[in-house]
Design a protein around this ligand. Structure first.
Ligand SMILES: Cc1ncc(COP(=O)(O)O)c(C=O)c1O
Ligand SMILES: [Zn+2]
Length: 367
């Protein structure tokens, strides 16, 4: 066995690729039992599957791909770089998770069953696309407030959509309700979805020729991106492929900032209604919160929040410089700018900002 799927709390192992949580209720995690070796990269493959050796639970013949990954790394200023995850096939980084999850599971589900996923939009659109490619039935549960373009995207991929009123947690509850032929594979909890996003760390390291940036800014909501990027860098670091661990900066909006507050031991009261234009960052009570705090502290990461005005300004500024990304992605750039203005960083540090989603999905109108 080259990997284990293990509970992040009690350590219990499972071999069931369909499990989305441990019997004790806590999140599961994939652990590779092999180091990262650059010789195992498939040099001519410019997708996530370049790193197929490090996803040993996926059979080569079962791979479902839309050409995700190997997204451009663009130099933005003297020391700042953007990773254009917005250029993935469905317009967000989620495709890394979907390609791995759907490749690993589609044969176990077959034509009789259907997969159920809950998402504020991007993950739902991504899972719907990969399900379509695998000829798998999908039902996506979304909050009533789902943004128009993402909803449209899910529908065009041919998935059933169920709109659920109430909080984000209620959407999850509805999606998890047991029904005949239903396989719940919710992307927040499912360990294989998170595991696919690990490929982002490999790519960043490889594109920087194994000298990783000192600082990496990421927008955080449910924490799948954050935890997977940490996992990927941990793998590279423990394998001796990189010798410095980047400082990971988890960026949130002030409205939705449970991680920021818990990390700093501050109390957090979510707003009654989320009105931020960063409409992908809505997890006020993320199930992976404890894990995020633990892992971010273990790698000496940082947290930051930005106000609505800073998000909007950064979104517009990025567009005016040619980078049309989702307002949720602009949150990471806003945090980077804030650190420059507050002189928390000098600007001499080699820095990466992950631009997670495409601006073509936004409903924000120009003034
Ligand atoms: C564009 C975009 N950026 C960032 C995030 C945050 O990712 P996570 O929920 O994994 O923290 C999301 C999640 O939906 C997203 O769609
Ligand atoms: Zn457990």
């Amino acid at each position: 066995m080259e990997y284990e799927i293990k509970c992040s709390k009690c350590g219990r192992k499972t071999r069931d690729l369909l499990s989305y949580k441990c019997k004790c209720g806590q999140p599961l995690k994939v652990q590779l039992l092999q180091g990262f070796e650059a010789e195992k990269i498939r040099w001519k493959n410019y997708t996530v599957w370049r790193y197929s050796s490090f996803f040993p639970y996926v059979e080569e013949k079962a791979i479902i791909t839309l050409g995700e990954g190997w997204t451009p790394l663009v130099k933005f200023s003297k020391n700042a770089y953007f990773k254009l995850e917005s250029l993935n096939p469905t317009g967000s980084f989620k495709d890394r998770g979907s390609t791995v999850l759907i490749s690993a599971l589609h044969k176990l589900i077959g034509n009789e069953g259907y997969i159920a996923e809950d998402s504020s939009g991007n993950a739902g659109a991504s899972i719907a696309a990969y399900a379509a490619r695998a000829e798998l039935k999908a039902r996506i549960y979304v909050p009533e407030s789902v943004s128009g373009p993402k909803f449209n995207q899910i529908r065009f991929y041919g998935a059933d959509v169920v709109k659920v009123s109430g909080s984000r947690s209620e959407v999850t509850r509805e999606a998890q309700k047991a029904e005949e032929k239903k396989f719940y594979i919710g992307h927040v909890l499912h360990p294989l979805f998170r595991d696919g996003i690990r490929s982002l760390a490999y790519e960043v390291a490889e594109q920087f020729e194994w000298r990783v940036p000192e600082r990496i800014y990421l927008p955080v909501s449910a924490g799948t991106l954050l935890l997977s990027v940490i996992e990927g860098f941990n793998h590279l670091y423990s394998s001796g492929v990189i010798d410095e661990f980047p400082t990971i900066v988890a960026c949130q909006t002030r409205q939705v900032s449970p991680l920021y507050h818990r990390f700093k031991n501050l109390s957090y009261t979510p707003p009654e209604k989320i009105t931020s234009i960063a409409d992908a960052l809505v997890s006020v009570n993320p199930p992976l919160l404890e894990l995020m705090v633990e892992e971010l502290k273990a790698v000496k990461g940082e947290v930051e929040v930005v106000d609505e005005g800073e998000t909007r300004k950064s979104f517009v500024e990025l567009a005016e410089k040619g980078f049309f990304v989702e307002p949720s992605s602009a949150v990471a750039y806003a945090a980077y700018k804030k650190h420059l203005v507050n002189r928390e960083i000098t600007g001499q540090e080699k820095t990466l900002i992950v631009l997670t989603g495409s601006g073509l999905k936004t409903t924000v109108q120009q003034n």
